[in-house]
Design a protein around this ligand. Structure first.
Ligand code: BGC
Length: 920
């Protein structure tokens, strides 16, 4: 009897738990303009997106309903709605444009969604989310820019400036927002605390055209007696930028603008603004510079400067600065933050006797140091990416960047130092004059970068390839610091368009870069010349400089204007970026057309180009350029950009442009073939880069493709290694795979000798190098332009995810609405896992060859579908969850040369089949 009761109890528990495990579909992850509950935005018609979670398979959204209200309570009751869509039959769950009445400045809107699934079953309303508008009208800025009488006249960092103001609030507060920006970089403080955890605010934009302000909710920080203050340092605005020794490029005088709006519970409000009544002073930051570092004297700290009741008698009156307010914009990108901390792994005394800490990873950020000693003692920290051949601290490749922080102790027990407005690219820290014994615990590496959401992982059975992926991801973290930089360590760190362009698709696998690139591409468009010329760096700090770099318009670099919006569209399904960048895209293509003239050749004599920058060139050890003719590269790129523009015009239903740019593309292609392709399919530049460009951009006539492909493959075989530079490398493996030569692509990937992707790893690299031989096998480091952290060659990551892992975008259904799964085992790998957090949810394409079976796990998020191509799979032996396919699935199988194909709805699937043919 007892056991019977127990049994029925168990059955009951099982029944309950299984009911629970089949959870109802839910709407989660509500985002507005790529951000969760953003405040202070200035997009008047923001786009709303969500995800759907479900335990079931084949789950699609069939309809949605959004409602919006000014009050959270009302929203949940469905009352006083400012916008309600009603039930809309649609499977669209991304970027639904808010269609209610225009919101006012600083107004908040709460929203929620419910959706219907394939069984026409509605979910519950989602948890409410919100967005809040920023300052939409420049007349609403009642605050003034304020500064000090400190105008830079020499090329030297001045001390950072401190500003403060005390004020009272004497009524209960409902909410408070501070809107703040600066000329220079700022840190805002309120009642003894730093406001927010963003770094390097207000961010880096093309300051002459636009300046971002941040919005912070400071409701909880206010009290009766308050002190608000800001520290302002040189940053990109007034410090060193560009390798030509530019200083104070955007302005000679620092400034800050603060507007704090307090809404009281009684319905009244008050605004505290920066004005001539604020006080100003210098403080402990004696110098701060992006390249050179920070000099800090703790003896000059002003205890309590950001709290009320501070004695400000020694402070001077702030000055009002005249500066435009109509250039103020809300940020659309991703704030820079301190993301990770790394402890040193080793304390080294070098042959020269230098005391050096090794973090084991090349990072970007700074060192936090704990130190105790006497007042006036000075500790110096120097930063380097590598040790030289002899094992000594090596800084030659930083060129003019001093990359040195120094700290003078105040002598009051344990002191902790972190710089404010500088960052370094480093793995090694030299510590000079540390009082007492330095141990590993005294220093921590602080990793900073734009806080992009990590989205991709790629792992294989080969630890070296995994290290390559790690190096690529670190290269991305280290170089996405508000703008995409070429490198993070030397006196450069500029927004080179070419580097950004070649890496953008790889970047979009690793992290969510949609908002990051949206922001930067706006600056690209603003810096673009009236005639359509795109500058070579963005923000364009080369304006007015001499030399080729300042000319702009280099092929493959300027094409970022066209290629990158398209990448964002493909990866995130974001159509608005195409709309907003359209004129810029068109401007660039038109510029090339105009300059090319009647023969449609975008040749080097018509405009200066870098070509296949830093390509392998056995005859020229200095690697000054490329061996592929620049003319050929430029016309190939002109064609490619034109085809993308025409596809964009199609997406945007600009029919006239579609036909215009189609015929332009046709003309360029004809010109290219006439000029650069022999009747036998050989290219006049008989190089890997030339073939990779021509074959991947579809510039070879149909009947010659086979022959060109053979030439291409022969060249790779002849060298036995890659010979490509910045423009050829991203396309190399992709194109070899396209022509059916995975064997050669894997040979290049697996190669460990110079030149190759894995060679730097044999030399201990933890990031991607600028040159194939940044460091020679004997440890010699090339002098001059040479960085250990340049992500461009990491663009092979795109092929690893897409081809090896098999996780691909369907160009017809961008943003992973429909996913193509097609792994390509090879190169001796026994497994590869490509996982990607799409805007719909997690996607997985994970394969493994084990016990002579090919195992393939596919995960398709809800509200999407996928088509799987099983490499060398056969319909008769294919198993799903170890069982034969059910007849309905069998029926759906399509037989192709590459293997069988199957289109599936959302869900998790484990396929397996004999791996006989895949083993070789
Ligand atoms: C940068 C590159 C950039 C190049 C232009 C260099 O100084 O570091 O990465 O693209 O100039 O050729």
């Amino acid at each position: 009897m007892k056991s019977k009761i127990l049994l029925s109890l168990l059955v009951l528990i099982f029944a309950i738990s299984s009911v629970h495990s089949a959870k109802a579909d839910e709407v989660v992850n509500l985002v507005c303009e790529y951000h969760t509950n953003p405040i202070g935005i200035d997009i008047e018609k923001p786009r709303l997106s969500w995800q759907m979670t479900s335990d079931g398979q084949n789950v699609m959204q069939t309809a949605y309903e959004i409602r919006v209200s000014a009050s959270k309570n009302d929203l949940q009751k469905g009352m006083n709605l400012i916008w309600s869509t009603g039930k809309i039959e649609s499977d669209k769950s991304l970027d639904i444009i808010y269609g209610g009445p225009a919101l006012k400045s600083m107004q908040r809107a709460y929203w929620q969604v419910r959706i219907w699934n394939t069984k026409n079953k509605a979910t519950a309303w989602s948890a409410p989310a919100y967005w809040e508008m920023g300052v939409l009208d420049s007349n609403l800025w009642s605050a003034s820019y304020i500064g000090m009488n400190d105008i830079t006249t020499e090329k030297k960092s001045h001390p950072s400036q401190y500003f403060r103001k005390e004020f009272q609030t004497n009524k209960p507060i409902k909410s408070a927002r501070v809107y703040v920006t600066s000329l220079g970089l700022y840190e805002l403080h309120l009642n003894g605390k730093k406001v927010g955890n963003d770094l390097f605010t207000p961010g880096y934009t093309t300051y002459n055209h636009r300046l971002q302000y941040q919005t912070y909710d400071v409701t909880q920080l206010l009290q009766e007696n308050n002190a608000i203050g800001a520290i302002v340092g040189d940053g990109w605005y007034r410090g060193n930028i560009g390798w030509k020794g530019d200083y104070a490029f955007y302005g000679k005088q620092l400034g800050v603008l603060v507007q704090l709006k307090v809404d009281y519970a009684d319905g009244t409000s008050e605004t505290i603004v920066s004005d001539e009544n604020w006080k100003a002073s210098y403080g402990p930051i004696l110098e701060s510079d992006m390249y050179n570092g920070e000099k800090y004297d703790a003896r000059l700290e002003m205890e309590g400067w950001d709290e009320s009741n501070f004695d400000e008698s020694k402070w001077t009156q702030a000055q009002i600065l005249e500066h435009r307010k109509d250039i103020l914009v809300a940020p659309q990108g991703v704030p820079v933050k301190a993301i990770e901390e790394i402890k040193p792994i080793e304390l080294i005394t070098t042959p020269k006797g230098e005391i050096v800490l090794d973090l084991g990873q090349n990072i970007v950020g700074w060192a936090r140091m704990k130190v105790s000693g006497k007042a006036g003692e000075k500790v110096t920290l120097k930063f380097a990416e590598v040790l030289d051949k002899e094992g000594n601290f090596y800084t030659v490749n930083l060129r003019a960047a001093e990359a040195t922080d120094s700290y003078i102790l105040k002598g009051e027990g344990e002191e902790v130092f972190e710089p404010h407005f500088t960052s370094h690219g480093f793995r090694y820290i030299q510590v000079i004059d540390y009082p007492g014994t330095l141990n590993l615990d005294a220093v921590t590496g602080i990793v900073i970068h734009s806080d992009m959401e990590p989205t991709g992982t790629f792992t294989t059975s080969d630890p070296m390839i995994n290290q390559l992926q790690s190096n690529i991801q670190w290269g991305q973290k280290d170089n996405l610091l508000d703008i995409p930089t070429d490198c993070p360590q030397r006196d450069e760190r500029a927004g080179w368009t070419g580097d950004a362009q070649v890496f953008s698709m790889t970047a979009a696998y690793n992290f969510n870069v949609a908002a990051f690139y949206t922001k930067w591409l706006k600056d690209l468009a603003l810096d673009q010349h009236e005639n359509g010329l795109v500058t070579n760096v963005v923000p364009d700090i080369l304006t007015g400089a001499q030399g080729v770099a300042a000319m702009g318009g280099a092929t493959g670099w300027a094409d970022a204007a066209v290629i990158m919006p398209w990448t964002v569209y493909q990866s995130y399904g974001d159509k608005r970026i195409l709309e907003e960048q359209y004129n810029s895209m068109k401007g660039w293509v038109d510029y090339m057309e105009n300059e090319s003239g009647e023969d449609y050749l975008w040749n080097n004599n018509k405009h200066w180009h870098w070509g296949d920058w830093l390509a392998f060139d056995a005859n020229n050890p200095a690697y000054n350029g490329s061996v592929t003719e620049k003319d050929l590269i430029a016309t190939a790129y002109a064609y490619y950009s034109t085809t993308i523009l025409s596809k964009t015009a199609k997406v945007l239903s600009k029919n006239e442009d579609v036909s215009n740019y189609d015929s332009l593309a046709k003309n360029i292609k004809e010109a290219f073939i006439k000029e650069y392709v022999t009747p036998n399919g050989r290219l006049v530049s008989h190089t890997q880069t030339a073939y990779a460009l021509a074959l991947s951009f579809d510039l070879i006539p149909e009947n010659l493709i086979e022959k060109s492909a053979e030439y291409f493959a022969e060249d790779v075989k002849k060298f036995g290694h890659l010979t490509t530079g910045f423009l050829g490398t991203p396309l190399l493996c992709t194109t070899l795979s396209k022509i059916g030569r995975d064997d050669l692509a894997f040979m290049l990937l697996n190669r460990k000798e110079f030149p190759s992707w894995l060679y730097p790893i044999t030399m201990g690299a933890t990031t991607i190098w600028e040159r194939w031989d940044t460091q020679k096998p004997d440890g010699t480091i090339i002098e001059g332009m040479n960085s250990f952290n340049h992500y461009s060659y990491g663009a092979v990551g795109e092929w690893m995810y897409q081809h090896v892992g098999g996780l691909q975008i369907d160009p017809e259904n961008p943003g992973y609405k429909h996913i193509l799964f097609h792994p390509h085992p090879g190169g001796g790998l026994t497994s590869a896992k490509a996982e990607f957090l799409s805007r719909y949810g997690q996607i997985k394409s994970n394969w493994e060859i084990k016990d002579d079976m090919f195992h393939y796990e596919v995960v398709i998020p809800t509200n999407t579908t996928g088509t799987v191509t099983f490499p060398q799979g056969e319909s008769t032996t294919l198993l799903l969850n170890q069982k034969k396919l059910k007849p309905d699935m069998q029926e759906k199988l399509q037989l192709t040369e590459a293997g069988v194909k199957l289109t599936l709805g959302s869900g998790t699937y484990h396929f397996s089949y004999p791996a006989m043919k895949l083993k070789s």
